[in-house]
Ligand binder design. Sequence first.
Ligand SMILES: *Cc1c(COP(=O)(O)O)cnc(C)c1O
Length: 429
Amino acid sequence: MHGFSYKKGSLHCDEVDLNELAATHGTPLYVYSGGTIIDHFQRLDQALSGVPHEIAYAVKANSNLSVLRLLAAQGAGFDIVSGGELFRVLKAGGEAAHCTFAGVGKTRAEITYALQQGIYSFNVESEEELLYLNQVAGELGLRAPAAVRVNPNVDAKTHKYISTGKSENKFGVDFEAIPELYARAAADLPHIQLRGLQMHIGSQLTSIDPFIEAVEKVVPLVRHLQQHHAIEFWSIGGGIGIVYQNSLESGSAEWWQSRSASELPLTIERYGKELVPRLKDLGLKILLEPGRYLVGNAGVLLTRCLYEKKGLAKTFKIVDAGMNDLIRPALYEGHHEIVPLTQPATAARVVVDVVGPICESGDFFCQDRALPDFHPGECVALMSAGAYGFAMASNYNSRPLPAEVLVEGAAARVIRRRQTLEDLIEGEA
Ligand SMILES: *Cc1c(COP(=O)(O)O)cnc(C)c1O
């Protein structure tokens, strides 16, 4: 569910008219519903209430300071993948003691920074990294809290670029090698404090089955590690998928209620109901690392139509947002619903490609899709753009980064100003 719906003929984010926001702040413009983010956080928290747990928001999905601050106020921890993300979390009032640090390529500078700040756990992705962590911690006279990321070799059945839990992926340590690595760390690595175990099998999972398969496969390993080491947590990762198709309709509670269980995508209630019983007897703190689930459906990208171009084969709607602003369609074949801000008067559809201004043929938001018609000067929303949207935006083609607005009820405020032309050359010689 989310806070985007038509009211009086105009698409709103909670109580705020998006046509008005586009007129005030210009386009392209990211808009987030604070209420939706909080609702998602609280529903996940509730769904896991049967087991001691902590939700560590995956910062990389959307790292705006105001979004981080909103989640910190809800009691979220943070899963970071760089020193830069730790810096952001601390600036936003988050605590290092509630941060876990993932990623296969941590540098000495990043390790040092995170050690000095006192993060909760390094989630280590290889034996070599564990040795290096031990060395750097030793040089600083510290002990590094660590968990190793297990690669359970489970097929997450998602896009190949966001699948992470198979043996051929670069992530984690092979399931079979974990007990020996922990034994070695306990015996030979005095600057490592083994604190837990971590896994994350992929992103945008829309079926519960891979989650169950991974948890059931790893439970015996967790029990084994518990017998030999003083571990206190198991992070089961993130990856909970969201609705990209029907993303406008699925904003309402009625949509979810009107569907039978087999028609529904993975719900958070189902996630909790299936996983909690499998986890609760372990006596460990369960960490979750959701990114997309918390913020994905809570954001849209507003863009204005510049031109309509009728070619021999196709009709193109050229808009002022490009793949530099939202790269998911080009990178992962990501689907975003395209919804006019002014409610269409009829059910008529036209088949069009919606494309951006970038000099790349991959710069499209949809191809041959039947949409309500819209014309130059009018705005549309690219739905479900709150996760991996702005966070992946770039200055490609020397385009200033778009502004971001956070809506809280009837209030809207700019949480990142639009870049200026001067910003584009900042730091260059
Ligand atoms: C990206 C990532 C996540 C978050 O994934 P989502 O699909 O956005 O929930 C969690 N944990 C790790 C280690 C990640 O790399």
